[in-house]
Design a binder for this molecule. Sequence first.
Ligand code: OAD
Length: 239
Amino acid sequence: MESTTEAVRRSLRAGQIVAFTGAGISAESHVPTFRGVDGLWRNYSPERLATAEAFASDPRLVWEWYDWRRQIIHKAQPNSGHQALAEIERRATGSFTLVTQNVDGLHDRAGSRNVVKLHGDIWWVRCTGCAAEEQNQQVPLKPLPPHCHCGALLRPAVVWFGEALPESAWERAHEAATQADVFMAIGTSAQVYPAAGLVQVARQSGAHVAIVNPDPTPADELAEWVLRGPAGEILPRLL
Ligand code: OAD
C-alpha cells in the first residue's frame, strides 16, 4: 500500500492531472452518498425526485427534497480530502482539472479553482420559463416552490435523470480526460454515464489511472493504482 501511495504521489508532481470526484469525497463531511448502505437512492425514489417529469407533476415535493439536502450541505464543512485536492492544485506544476459529479459546492469552499461541474450546482437555480440562472443560497428556501421574477417556477440548476449534461462542462471534462497524464477517480461508484465513461476515455488516451475508494468499483479494472480507503485519509498522504 505504501509503495502504491508513493507511486501516485510521485505521479502528481508533474504533467496534466485530472481528479474526478463523486459523492464519496463528501461522505466524511456527512453529506449522504447515493448508492451506499445509507445512500439516498436506498430511501428515496429517483423517479419521484430527480426527473423533469417528477418536477412537472409535483414541484413542491421535489423542492422540499432539494431544500432538505441544501440544509445538510449548508451545515457541512469541506473535509481533509477536499482540502488535499485544493492543495494538489496549488502545488501542480502542470495543469490541474477537478471534474466533479457533486452538486454540493464543497470543492469551491475548500479552495479548488479549476472545477468542472458535470451535474450542476445545488446553489444555483434556473427559471423554467425564461431560462435565467442565478445563485441562490437561501437556507431554508422560502416560499417553496420558488418563482422567478418573470413569474415562472424556478428549478434547481442540477442535471436530472434523462437530461443531458451541460455541454461546455462535458467538453472541458472530456478534453481534460484525453490530455491527462494522471487521472484519479475518487469517491465515485463509476456507474452513472456519461460521467463514468471519462475513466475509460483517460485510460484509452494513455493516462495512468488511480482509484481512491474504500470499496471496489467497475473502474478498478482500468486502474494502475487502487488506493483503498476513505478519501479524507488517503488524499492528504498524496501531498
Ligand atoms: P455513489 O453514491 O454512486 O457512490 C459513492 C462512492 O463513494 C461509492 O463507490 C463508495 O464506495 C464511495 N465512498 C463512500 N465513502 C467514501 C469515502 N469516505 N471516501 C471515498 N469514497 C467513498 O455516488 P456517485 O458515484 O457520485 O447524479 O454517483 C454518481 C451520480 O449518481 C451522482 O452525481 C448523482 C447520482 O444519481 C445526479 O445527481 C445527476
